[in-house]
Design a binder for this molecule. Structure first.
Ligand code: HEC
Length: 149
């Protein structure tokens, strides 16, 4: 038997195992690939966005002004983060899941857990329906394109 060769193979196997373990390490959060990107909640499939719909966005603005404005503004951080550019930084599905399931997001998702550490406030569900969440998303989308100044 060629001992140096065997040792070399053992060493390579060990290195390979370490590489595989470390590659998996960042993903041992119990989330599916979808959830890691798009958040945890009722939205479990990617959605198709159509053309920006300003009427829908305006309905979203009204909902924002009743359900969200206590903690959020577009251009200033108050209790919660400012939301002008959130549409550019997250996926639509992530935003919808955050609105519809803030408690579950903070329980399971590392991004939400980081936000919870960064902000003193605590977002709780205010009973937003999926329809309302889609209108809020349109509002945030329009805001990210410079509307609602
Ligand atoms: C009681 C205060 C409060 C209310 C009401 C509230 N939020 Fe929040 N929101 C927060 C806080 C604080 C965070 C960050 C930490 C956390 O989730 O607790 C947050 C985080 C978010 C995020 C994630 C931002 C990012 O960078 O990914 C979104 C999106 C969001 N809120 C949208 C909304 C919308 C839309 C509403 C209205 C339906 C709303 N929030 C109502 C306090 C609130």
């Amino acid at each position: 038997m060629n001992y140096p060769g065997t040792l070399r193979n053992m060493a390579l196997t060990a290195i390979g195992t370490i590489l595989i373990l470390s590659a998996c390490g960042g993903e041992s959060d119990g989330l599916s690939d979808f959830e890691r990107v798009h958040g945890v909640g009722p939205i479990t499939e990617t959605i198709e966005l159509s053309e920006l719909d300003m009427e829908k966005a305006q309905r979203g603005e009204q909902i924002f002004n009743t359900q969200c404005v206590a903690c959020h503004q577009l251009d200033a951080t108050i209790t919660g983060p400012r939301l002008r550019n959130t549409f550019n930084n997250r996926t639509p599905e992530f935003i919808l899941n955050y609105i519809l399931n803030p408690e579950g997001m903070k329980e399971k998702h590392p991004v939400a857990q980081e936000l919870a550490r960064d902000y003193r406030g605590n977002m709780v569900s205010v009973g937003t329906t999926e329809q309302e969440a889609l209108e809020l998303l349109e509002y945030m989308r329009a805001a990210s394109e410079g509307e609602f100044r």
